[in-house]
Ligand binder design. Structure first.
Ligand code: TXA
Ligand code: MG
Length: 312
């Protein structure tokens, strides 16, 4: 069921049930983070392997102290500037955080989502919400309540509808080492924005190794093959075949779906996942896409496209 009743959502979560929640990045599939039985339901519904840890969502950064220790000064500074917002912090956890959330790792991922409905919901609960993106494992993340309904509707008790996600790609994941910010996942907060505040080290893996959670090579993937390259060349090499095309701002053919007519990277990021879904549902053999400018949200878009194009 889809609706916007946060009291109902809260009562389900208190009973250990699953509720999909809107955030500014993508929709999450939420459960009481302190209830292992409830958290297990998330893994089951998504068919997600237990080695892939979950992000804990809180209504304010001050509550992080209840769940984490040794929080670096730099984390407070970034939180002050960017939270609530599309940034996730990797911090040393306290005992109270269940092993299931972190897949046994010593650090837990925490974030304060910037969506009023979900902030209100979180403020009404006396526990944090564990929430991965609300898609079957490996598929494209949902940016509307309807996306969630289409794929996981039968497995979820309630979908809290907060409209279209404003950012459209997942949060940027950061950790801290010796006064430096280590970026583990490119996301909705750009590297350029972070660089204004701290020294940044990129540690973006693309590995099939389950020990490198969150950085699996194949991810965010449509069912149809996705090919990245020069669209004009790919079109002439594949003349006569049924092809779907996704571009930044140029209309290569009448069927091309453009992510931003004004070539705005934030608008393109916002549209990326819903267009990928739309093209995946088209009657075509494969999807062509082009590389985006490698700056601001273009970096996160390119990362998602590469993982979507990888097949192993
Ligand atoms: O924007 C977002 O972050 C969304 C919304 C719903 O908040 N959530 C999201 O969750 O993208 P998920 O589970 O789809 O991606 C979180 C990534 C995972 O790939 C996971 O491996 C990584 O964060 N992660 C979580 N906890 C971690 C930890 N303790 N250490 C390393 N990586 C972690
Ligand atoms: Mg995900």
């Amino acid at each position: 069921m889809i609706g916007n009743d946060i009291d109902y959502a809260a009562s389900l979560l208190q009973q250990g049930r699953l509720v999909a929640i809107p955030t500014e990045t993508v929709y999450g599939l939420a459960a009481n983070a302190l209830n292992e039985e409830a958290v297990l339901k998330i893994f089951k519904a998504k068919e997600r392997p237990l080695f892939d840890p979950l992000i804990m969502h809180l209504p304010s950064f001050s509550l992080v102290e209840k769940y984490c220790i040794s929080i670096p000064a730099l984390a407070y500074q970034l939180a002050e500037k960017f939270s609530p917002g599309p940034i996730t912090f990797l911090l040393d956890r306290k005992e109270i955080v269940p092993d299931l959330i972190t897949s046994g790792l010593q650090q837990v991922a925490v974030r304060i989502p910037d969506h009023q409905l979900t902030l209100d919901l979180l403020s009404n609960l006396d526990f944090p919400l564990a929430a991965p993106s609300a898609n079957p494992f490996g598929y494209i993340s949902p940016t509307t309540a309807q996306h969630v309904q289409q794929q996981l509707g039968e497995k979820i008790d309630y979908i809290l509808d907060g409209g279209n996600c404003r950012v459209g790609v997942e949060s940027t994941i950061v950790g801290f080492e010796n006064e430096k910010v280590i970026v583990y996942r490119l996301g909705g907060l750009s590297i350029e924005d972070l660089e204004a505040f701290a020294k940044i080290v990129l540690r973006i893996n693309s590995s099939s190794d389950p020990k490198a959670p969150g950085q699996l090579k194949t991810h965010y993937a449509p069912r149809k093959p996705l090919i990245i390259g020069n669209i004009e060349e790919l079109l002439s090499a594949n003349a006569g075949r049924k092809i779907a095309i996704m571009s930044f701002s140029k209309k290569y053919t009448t069927e091309t779906i453009v992510l931003s007519e004004t070539a705005d990277l934030s608008e393109a990021a916002k549209n990326l996942f819903s267009v990928m879904r739309e093209l995946d549902a088209q009657d075509c053999e494969f999807i062509l896409a082009e590389e985006f400018p490698d700056s601001f949200l273009g970096k996160a878009i390119n990362d998602r496209l590469r993982r979507a194009a990888t097949r192993d």
